[in-house]
Design a protein around this ligand. Structure first.
Ligand code: ZN
Length: 258
């Protein structure tokens, strides 16, 4: 599958003070689902949600609370990410507030009022939704996570735990570094495209197209797979970019409305 095969969608900034960029088709088709990716926001006071950088943690936590208010959710769950493929299934909404866990790059839940959050700054946020059960997976899929199979594991969770046949699932790859900007070595190509002869020198790779192809291979219909047109590096300065030298972190968020 080439990049041209994955349908491109431009997230639009939702109205309000919190810079949340949402998939316009999902917003219309799945009104019971919260989905989006936060952006950089105002230049004077960027909407940095990072919890481990230089900024005072109090300012960051206030932005997390603003994000909860803006989405109408009670609890937000986030984990320190390790570029692996472990996924936590949230069986309960949890107590109101901000839950920070350790060592997971993916979350799955169908609990109303629970907002799942993964930190993104060039890696791909992958949203996988079963509209029938409202179970949703949110995955942080950089090249290492992609190579480790986090997308396949997220899909399998929905198939196994919610009896969702793959043809029922919808998948979206959110704002991330684009295929023109992400020049990487042969080991990355080998990890992302196993079985394909890797290039011998640094070559651009389109991670989102690769993820879309992996989803197709799991049985998801092409018309239910979309890829964001936003690039965190070469696009408008709406998002933080790690490769672009920005220490800020945005969050991809998803959940069932409370
Ligand atoms: Zn780009």
């Amino acid at each position: 599958m080439s990049a041209a095969d994955a349908r491109s969608v431009a997230e639009a900034r939702a109205p309000g003070d919190v810079p949340l960029w949402v998939h316009p088709e999902w917003a219309e088709r799945f009104p019971g689902i919260v989905q989006g990716t936060t952006g950089r926001g105002d230049e004077a006071e960027p909407f940095d949600l990072g919890l481990s950088g230089q900024q005072p943690v109090g300012a960051s936590l206030n932005r997390w609370r603003a994000l909860l208010r803006a989405t109408g959710m009670a609890t937000v769950a986030h984990a320190r990410q390790v570029h692996a493929a472990d996924i936590w299934v949230h069986r309960e909404r949890g107590a109101p507030g901000i839950l920070v866990m350790d060592g997971f790059d993916g979350h799955v839940s169908d609990r109303a009022g629970l907002l799942l959050a993964v930190s993104i700054a060039d890696c791909v946020p992958v949203f996988v939704l079963d509209p029938e059960s409202s179970a949703i997976a949110l995955l942080h899929s950089g090249w290492r996570g992609t190579a480790a199979g986090i997308v396949e594991r997220g899909i399998h969770r929905l198939v196994e735990s919610w009896n969702a046949p793959p043809e029922r699932l919808w998948l979206h790859c959110g704002p991330a570094v684009c295929g023109a900007c992400y020049e990487v070595g042969p080991e990355v190509h080998a990890g992302v495209h196993p079985g394909r002869e890797p290039p011998t020198a640094n070559t651009p790779i389109d991670l989102r197209a690769a993820i879309a192809g992996r989803a197709r291979a799991q049985g998801l219909p092409a018309e239910q797979i979309t890829v964001s047109s936003h690039c965190t590096l070469c696009g408008e300065p709406d998002f933080f970019s790690h490769r672009g030298g920005s220490p800020g972190r945005q969050m991809a968020v998803a959940g069932v409305r409370g």
